[in-house]
Design a protein around this ligand. Sequence first.
Ligand code: DGJ
Length: 737
Amino acid sequence: MPAQIKVSKVNHNLIFHLTNSNISYILGVEEHDVLTHYYFGKRVNDYSGVLSYPRLDRSFSPNFADATDRNYSIDTFPQEYPSFGAGDFREPAVVVDQANGSSITQFAYQDYQITDGKQTLAGLPSTFADSADAKTLSIRLYDHVAKITVKLNYTIFADSTIITRSTKIENNGEQPVVIRRATSMNLDIPRNNYQLLQLPGRYAEERQLFIEDINPGIKVLDSKRSASSHMQSPFFALVTPGINEQSGTAYGFSLIYSGSHKSMIQKDPYEQLRIQMGINDFNFNWQLAKKQSFQTPEVMMNYSDHGLNALSQSFHQLIQHHLIRSKFVDKPRPILINNWEATYFDFDEEKIQRIIKKSAELGVELFVLDDGWFGHRNDDKSSLGDWYVNKQKLPNGLSSLANLTHKLNMKFGLWFEPEMISADSDLYREHPDWAIQTPNRPMSLGRDQYVLDFGRKEIRDNIFKQMCAILDHADIDYIKWDMNRNITELYNRNLPAAQQGEAAHRYILGVYDFMDKLTTRYPNILFEGCSGGGGRFDAGMLYYTPQIWTSDNTDAAERVRIQYGTSLVFPPVAMGAHVSKVTNPNTGRTIDINFRSMVASSANMGYELDPFTLTDEQIKVVETENQWYKDNRDLIQFGQLYRLISPFKNNQAAWMFVNDNQSEAIVMFFNLMNQPSYPLTVLKLQGLDPDTKYQINGRQIAYGSELMNLGFYPMGQPTHDFTSARFEIKKVSSHAE
Ligand code: DGJ
């Protein structure tokens, strides 16, 4: 069913109903022009006014100035974009300081507009859609005293369970105002028993799934790092207790933003929930001169009444079809080999040439030259900002390596860390003030490097020019964009004192501006995002880079959890996953090549090892696995993901990929630690056609209904830790039957 926005009047109130075949989002205008929230969830035919909020006199809940009774108070009322100071004591969605020192606002409904499709937001990554695929509702609210307009944008997509929201604030007065908080969305939800699901983590342990009760008061999930961060993914969900992959209700919220973010979950005194998501308002302010406006990032708001897996599939679809704008979005991704864990900084031309040649023999399709090819960088203490070839290491330059790689029918990729500067660099010696720093304060180090202020155009222009000189000269097919520290002593030298609260957001806007220019100028380069692994794995980055290095933790057992958690929001094709060397540098663990391969081949597969360290037997596995991945990557990269067993609750994990017409599936099962007298696990599949007969690994034949309801035993007694099994499920052709 196409997306629809119905406008009607119920009991004199204007009602907006955004709907498609799956969901409904209903809002309206009540007395005093309060924009009221009614519903977000499973599709309903229409709204007839059944969920009218009871009018009752609550002590200590104020009434409007001209109220004739005490039964109407915004203190407890469900609103779409509440503010503070005129009756609602809960968390406001917006706070604006005005010329007279007041920060009180109360926004009243003005008018609306409905448009076909979905425009992208100026300067920010955001979803997009043609006129046939979506409808957008824009509602204007106005504060008559402060003379500020708030424009709320809602987009509903055909056949999706996701609504996107963002907010624009405009100063219509004569005096400048200062925004101190502008959330992208606010949702007020009636009393309920939802729990909070989040994806906290840390370096090399990103996006670990965590569920907790929601108690009275305020819970904040945030990042103050000027990056979305390893520590707190800009995502959370409200879920019914006992939620699992296939059943239970879930509301998922993912912010399309890569900087400091904040999600707020408030359980009010009446056990109603208020939730908000957006730019972190900590150390944030934004000055709006007369007629100026401020656009918040966008939030994807997702609903599922079929558990977490359906929620994820919906995110994956929207991200693939309406967010990632790279032309590579629907192209099979090459198997890459990255030299980082093979050599670190210790390489020369000959070593790299040998790795390239050997990788070509193994069936690898893209070679990526990682950190250490530029300036005089032999460790992580120098040369960031000097983007010219280190001729001592690579006397014949990048072109010679790129040409060799191309001759062997492989693509050539290169690592950059554009946002950074080393104290030991020509760039720093020339422009020490380009590193972010607060006057008179010592500059904290992070990995022995500083951050360039990408909020300043002159700095971006310099790095852009340097990168273009490399890219225009050598034939580069892929770029890994890394970012290896967070910002301290944040201060933008181009801004006056009163506007320093803009520095963090201006930095991210600068990064986006840079990425926009770079990806537009080089549409044929495949970009991979990275931030010390998955420190900036967010929907904002995916708009520009269709894949992201999921984690520096390449231990396959750890990766099962990291990839499982990441897949809650992001599709497997977006997740870089490499077979890495053993002993693993992160954990000191040795896991056999079959298990390592199976974990990597369940996402966007690559290698991170020196191929010369492989035994003959391992080489055979690598060759076979590469061919297998090439034959099956369409299904893995573009099929539907079904998570079957969670490694967050079990000593096992399992997931599967199903193609569009349900004729093929690939199932992967992982047993982590071995146990003597192993308790047998039954694996029940998902997403197959119940009435179709399937053959498993070319042997046993069973109906889809059997595989999904009876299931099967994927493994007998394992012989060691970290064992895996893969099942290829194929529809039996009528001929074979
Ligand atoms: C961090 C990345 O995550 C690694 O893959 C590698 O590129 C290093 N940086 C290089 O410095």
